[in-house]
Unconditional design. Structure first.
Length: 182
């Protein structure tokens, strides 16, 4: 069934932005790039929950090489931005030392979440540390973080769907929708 071009979540209207076939095509390309760099290196993907669950599922099938997967759950306290305060509510059991680590994220906005995570992971002395993010909002970036594998660079407008939520809703959508300014 074709997706509606407009949807309503809570009090906001969103319009279709990236369709399922567009996502699939781009994720296949990202998968090939990651495969080319990490084949025979048994990389460890660290998936940032909740938002990246759907992307990670499709990305790992597209990469299609022997690898391991771990999950970490992070909530950023956006009200306390100054400290970039992060709560990791799921501790990593995996040993990152000498591993090729690829962090899988749904979206990098200010970059504060990623910068903090990368610091923590780097301290564990991985063999390499890279980032795959489906979406990046370059205009919003406040910290310098290197995104090694980017799906789409997008403008500063709130998006939902394909794992991303608006106040808990919209994660199940197959396509990505963008806030409609009326
Ligand atoms: P950052 O620390 O500002 O880069 O925030 C990253 C986190 O904020 C992401 O992991 C998302 O959970 C959330 N986020 C940022 N922008 C959006 C958006 O447009 N839609 C949904 N969630 C977003
Ligand atoms: Mg997230």
């Amino acid at each position: 069934m074709k997706q509606p071009s407009l949807i309503k979540i809570h009090d906001k209207t969103f319009r279709i932005f990236l369709t399922e076939p567009e996502l699939r095509k781009r994720i296949a390309e990202m998968g090939s790039s990651i495969k080319a760099r990490f084949e025979n290196k048994n990389p460890l993907f660290i998936v940032i929950l909740n938002g990246a669950f759907m992307f990670a599922s499709d990305l790992l099938k597209a990469v299609n090489i022997p690898c391991e997967i771990a999950f970490i759950r992070v909530s950023s306290y956006r009200g306390m931005e100054s400290s970039g305060d992060l709560k990791e509510s799921l501790d990593l059991q995996e040993d990152l030392r000498n591993r090729h680590v690829i962090v899988v994220e749904d979206i990098v906005d200010s970059g504060q979440t990623m910068a903090k995570l990368l610091d923590d992971f780097q301290a564990e002395q991985p063999a390499s540390l890279s980032v795959a993010s489906l979406l990046v909002k370059p205009e919003q970036m406040k910290t310098q973080v290197q995104i090694d594998f980017t799906g789409f660079e997008i403008p500063e407008l709130f998006v939902v769907g394909y794992g991303l939520d608006y106040d808990g809703q919209g994660r199940y959508l197959k396509d990505i929708y963008q806030l409609k300014d009326d």
